[in-house]
Ligand binder design. Structure first.
Ligand code: AMP
Ligand code: MG
Length: 292
């Protein structure tokens, strides 16, 4: 297989068509082991780089994962993050907004959960829900906001939100953050298979709800909303990774490639001791060796 991460990166150049991006790639059975091994190597590399990121504490990273139900958000987070030090990592799942969250502007809760610089933050769903589920269900119509904010064609309302999101991500970039935006691109047939597995396996029943069927019925609307959101918010500094997600092991490999790529680009280093402090360390060493 010769599919490379670069083929699924969209940096905002040219028009974005979701149908140009595969949900599945041709896989030779014999190759699976090789990619599982490469993912493990990436996981180890990620741990090394995270240690330096934490020590240096100059730049923060947000790994943001969006997808349809059962595309593998939770398991990707579990596997890809398995090597990182929990101290230095924060994970937040974006659920239906609380009253308090809805009483604020939509980026407020994202800001509340931003990692500090030096940390890896994982967003399981994100502020993109505010242009996805909100768009598909026209939820903004019910928001308590002045008419100048919501009484307009919904296309126009979401154009404004895409701009606000792009500005927010540029703001983060200019303040020492990277946002790694991952869309786990799952096929509709694969979702049906995974839903069936969740129904048939009792230990997975808890992962399935009737609401999932209702959202599935809106598949095409969601695809359009993703197409618009990705097409309007990808940029050089905050590209989208549109990851074929039908083979979980291959999706995990690509996600690990994306994260390692960004960490390498940051190139974090352990802080170097100034000469006078080094001399002080040498003196402490001598004292300890002499039994102090
Ligand atoms: P899950 O990820 O399966 O636990 O479900 C979380 C649910 O919260 C999903 O159905 C999301 O679409 C929903 N959700 C997340 N953010 C928002 C939002 N801003 N407005 C409405 N629903 C949201
Ligand atoms: Mg769900």
């Amino acid at each position: 297989m010769s599919f490379k991460l670069e083929e699924c990166v969209y940096r905002g150049e040219g028009k974005f068509c979701i149908s140009d991006y595969p949900t599945s790639v041709e896989v030779d059975k014999g190759e699976k082991e090789k990619y599982v091994q490469l993912t493990e190597e990436n996981t180890a590399r990620m741990a090394e780089l995270q240690d330096k990121l934490y020590a240096e504490a100059k730049e923060g990273v947000v790994i943001l994962i969006q997808a349809m139900d059962a595309a593998g958000k939770d398991s990707t987070i579990k596997h890809v993050m398995s090597g990182v030090n929990p101290q230095g990592c924060v994970v937040h799942s974006f659920k239906q907004p609380s009253h308090e969250e809805l009483a604020h502007s939509f980026l407020w809760r994202a800001m509340m959960h931003m990692p500090q610089r030096g940390y890896l933050g994982v967003f399981n769903r994100s502020y993109y829900e505010d242009v996805l589920v909100v768009r598909v269900h026209d939820l903004q119509r019910g928001y308590a906001m002045p008419s100048r904010c919501i009484d307009m064609d919904s296309g126009k309302f979401f154009e404004k939100r895409y701009r606000q999101i792009s500005d927010f991500e540029e703001y983060l970039w200019e303040n020492g953050y990277r946002v790694v935006k991952i869309f786990l691109n799952e096929g509709k047939e694969e979702q049906a298979k995974r839903f069936l597995a969740r129904i048939e396996d009792e230990s997975k029943n808890w992962k399935f709800s009737e609401a999932d069927m209702k959202e599935r019925a809106l598949w095409d609307e969601y695809q359009k909303a993703y197409e618009k959101a990705i097409g309007s918010t990808a940029s050089k500094h905050a590209p989208w990774y549109v990851i074929p997600a039908d083979q979980k092991w291959f999706a995990r490999y690509l996600v690990s490639e994306a994260i390692v790529g960004v960490l390498k680009d940051i190139d974090p280093r352990y802080p170097e001791m100034p000469a006078d402090q080094k001399a002080h360390l040498a003196s402490c060493k001598q004292q300890l060796e002499q039994g102090a």
